[in-house]
Design a protein. Structure first.
Length: 458
């Protein structure tokens, strides 16, 4: 008897908020790495949905759908009173669409069921999305869930996977329509992002997603503890699956040359309270009191950027500080090429892929103990985010002693190189298999230690 390979394939409907090259942080990087890893593991096809597809996303391993390109059950029907056709939109969710401002106010004045609400659509019956994190974010999250219903009703799949709170409502909507199991992937919580000033609205979205889910994946034990203790989720429902790191990309631009006699210390990430940028500036001030020939780079942007620039100015060190703004992927590795130390002093970091990228590039790394990545790496200095004296000592030692920095550079690169997305994907593929019963696949895929599934041959 021959077992068809197609009968073994699992199909995953995956919802995210960003996908390379349109990313603002680690979430898009993680989604790309996971989908690529699933393609290497095999036996899994991924339909990846983003709110706003611009058509140039890297998608060789996935079928990528933009919610902005999905008509909400649009069709045309003749109008009995007029000679021209009228566009009609039929949906299951109580959506009342409109196109013009005049139509909007006519609809607003009518009476509808309490569960109905008005949604603006284009002439093609699609909903506009920016995919940004601006003032219309909550509206877009709600509309994303409405389109998710349409996508789930018209695609064949076995399991739903929603990344972070932005996509949780979409995952819930898809589960309600299809009845398929839902996996939610917690890359961070509002307890991490807000510095303790948690939004009740965000918290409720996060908690509802976790409660609806059949399985909750967290990126570290640190995050797993938060999910269990702060959101009241049953421990047996929550599993930790660590992130990984992709290979160092090939350079298409000339490598930036280091300035002789100058050491570079790099901070890379959003300049927000979560990332602890003020502790980096404090440590820099302490180092500059002990040695010269050091420059500090803060790569990224965020709501604290102006405050951090002012803080560096008050300390009198802005002449040795560089603020680059957000860097694209190749620019990240160009900066790492000239960096002597990389530091991530996060106050609360669910994981942290950037230190792994630095290690892979051979840069010695200092991370806070309050980060998930510190749970799985050994060849880094680990300090408490608030202990700027220890932070400065670690950076100073790596700058001053070549044997020490060489050891961390060599062994750190090997350690990061062993953290591959195909291993992470292999574990997640097993979670999918536990949740579904696939016709023609009576046994779960067997995953070996490399994370690659073994095909049965009869």
């Amino acid at each position: 008897m021959e077992i068809s390979e197609m009968s073994k394939q699992m199909r995953v409907l995956m919802f995210g908020w960003e996908f390379p090259p349109h990313i603002s942080g680690g979430l898009g990087t993680a989604c790309f790495g996971l989908t690529k890893g699933l393609s290497e593991v095999g036996q899994t096809d991924v339909i990846f949905v983003v709110p706003n597809s611009q058509g140039n996303e890297h998608q060789p391993e996935v079928e990528l759908i933009g919610a902005n390109q999905v008509p909400v059950a649009l069709h045309q029907t003749p109008n009995n009173e007029n000679s021209y056709p009228v566009q009609m939109i039929g949906v299951r969710s109580g959506i009342i669409p409109y196109i013009s401002n005049e139509q909007f106010w006519k609809l607003k004045q009518a009476e509808y069921d309490a569960n109905s609400h008005i949604v603006e659509v284009t002439e093609q019956g699609t909903i506009r999305f920016t995919g940004d994190y601006g003032a219309s974010l909550f509206k877009e999250i709600r509309n994303y869930a409405l389109v998710a219903e349409e996508i789930a009703s018209k695609n064949d799949f076995d399991v739903i996977h929603a990344h972070d709170w932005l996509a949780f409502p979409a995952g819930i909507a898809a589960k309600k329509v299809s009845g398929k199991p839902l996996v939610v992937h917690v890359h961070s919580t509002d307890f991490d992002r807000s510095g303790g000033n948690v939004s009740s609205m965000v918290y409720s979205i996060e908690r509802e997603g976790m409660e609806f889910a059949d399985k909750v994946i967290t990126v570290s034990n640190l995050t797993r503890k938060t999910v269990i203790e702060k959101y009241g989720i049953e421990p047996e429902k929550v599993v930790t699956v660590y992130n990984a790191v992709g290979p160092v990309p090939e350079r298409t631009k000339p490598v930036i040359r280091k300035i002789p006699g100058i050491k570079t210390v790099t901070f890379m990430g959003r300049i927000t309270v979560q990332k602890g940028p003020e502790y980096f500036v404090e440590a820099a001030s302490l180092i500059l009191k002990r040695m010269n020939g050091v420059r500090f780079v803060m790569a990224g942007g965020g709501d604290m950027e102006n405050k951090i620039i002012e803080y560096a100015a008050r300390l009198g060190i802005t002449d040795r500080f560089h603020f680059t703004g957000f860097l694209k992927n190749e620019e990240v590795y160009q900066l790492l090429d000239i960096s002597d130390v990389f530091i991530m002093p996060s106050v609360s970091e669910p994981f942290g892929i950037a230190p792994l990228e630095a290690m892979l590039a051979g840069v010695p790394v200092v991370v806070s103990r309050q980060s998930g990545v510190s749970e799985i790496v050994s060849y880094v200095f680990k300090i408490d985010f608030w202990d700027t004296l220890a932070m400065a000592d670690a950076i100073y030692g790596l700058l001053m002693y070549p044997a020490l920095s060489g050891m961390f550079s060599k062994h750190g690169a090997v350690e990061a190189g062993n953290l591959k997305w195909k291993f992470t994907a292999g574990i997640i593929s097993g979670i999918y298999s536990d949740l579904i019963i696939k016709p023609g696949m009576e046994e779960k895929p067997e995953i070996d230690q490399s994370g690659i599934s073994k095909s049965s041959e009869v």
